[in-house]
Design a protein around this ligand. Sequence first.
Ligand code: APR
Ligand code: ZN
Ligand code: ZN
Length: 376
Amino acid sequence: MTTTGKVIKCRAAVAWEVGKSLSVEEVEVAPPKAREVRVKIVATGICCTDDHVLRGCFPNTEFPLIPGHEGAGIVESIGEGVTSVQPGDKVIPLCLPQCGECGFCLNPDSNYCKKAHFDETQNVMPDKTSRFTCKGKQLHHFLWVSTFAEYTVMPECAVAKIDAAAPLDKVCLLGCGFPTGYGAAINTAKVKPGSTCAVFGLGGVGLSAVMGCKAAGASRIIAVDINKGKFAKAKELGATDCVSPLDFKKPIQEVLTEMTGYGVDYSFEAIGHKDTLIAALASCNMSTGICVMAGELDSGSTISFDPMLLLCGRAWRGTLLGGWKMRDSIPKLVSSYLEKKFNLDLLITHTLPIAEVNKGFELLRTGKSIRSVLLF
Ligand code: APR
Ligand code: ZN
Ligand code: ZN
């Protein structure tokens, strides 16, 4: 019996209010409207950003909502006018869309899109209505993708068709964490062969940055984390040195500068704290160093720092999803993964049923997991 054109009842992890854990509920998912796609999510990773949302620290979100933005699934049905995917295709939902028409999309140097959440909130579909209800209440979408729902609807510009051979329980990480860290090194910093790098924070994003530095040919990769439990995996993925700031009396930027002579060529912050962001900046070469901010500070935070840090030429850059134009690049990253060009599997420490979503968040918060993948 086909579900096309019908409301689907299925499970979803719902965030009813700020600061509360998620509840797995039965929700109703309306069919896709024109230029929209309904996808059956098979697997979804738990990313730090979902935790920001639950704590109320992610900009422009509205409760109740269905979070999740690092998923992979299969197209169930398509709305009128959709041409790039068909029912049955394997896809990755894109938390950063690529409309292909705006000034950012047309600029080869940008991966931003005018339709991204920071311009036009993605708490409802483009026609300003929601496709989700639960217990008679309307639920908001999250970043247009809401991958913590077994079935979810997104605009066509926020979905990319991938190789039919891709294992969805692994490539879901290509929806956010891996491309963010890997691309921070490859695209944003443009790490050069033989260079020296430092990566602050060894979660899914930081470890992916370590992989990116290695792939770019860095000769020294210094991994920095206060949790030494993360060091073994960092070494396995390419870190040459691992240091904990807690082992030193002096600030970590002084330690890194002494270790390297003039500071590292590239530093990456993948934690999301003010102090480590400034420490990462101060750790790179004062004249030619590039510091990339991959971590996300709570929305509304401000930072104060000594502008002398930049005077001699250091650069401080942000990165959104690692600089990839998502619809163009994610399918290519899936192919690279299938060709074993990088190892995503090492980032996945836990696989849990959707019913254990809150346990997955607890593992992340206590530093016991890198990525937990939830299965429907
Ligand atoms: N110094 C060094 N390491 C630290 C510090 C600190 N002061 N505080 C936390 N860490 C380490 C943690 O021990 C952990 O290993 O930073 C790591 C952060 O990893 P995760 O919590 O798993 O986060 P991740 O999913 O990798 O995301 C990192 O990127 O996209 C953003 O929102 C995301 O801000 C978050 C960041
Ligand atoms: Zn665009
Ligand atoms: Zn994420």
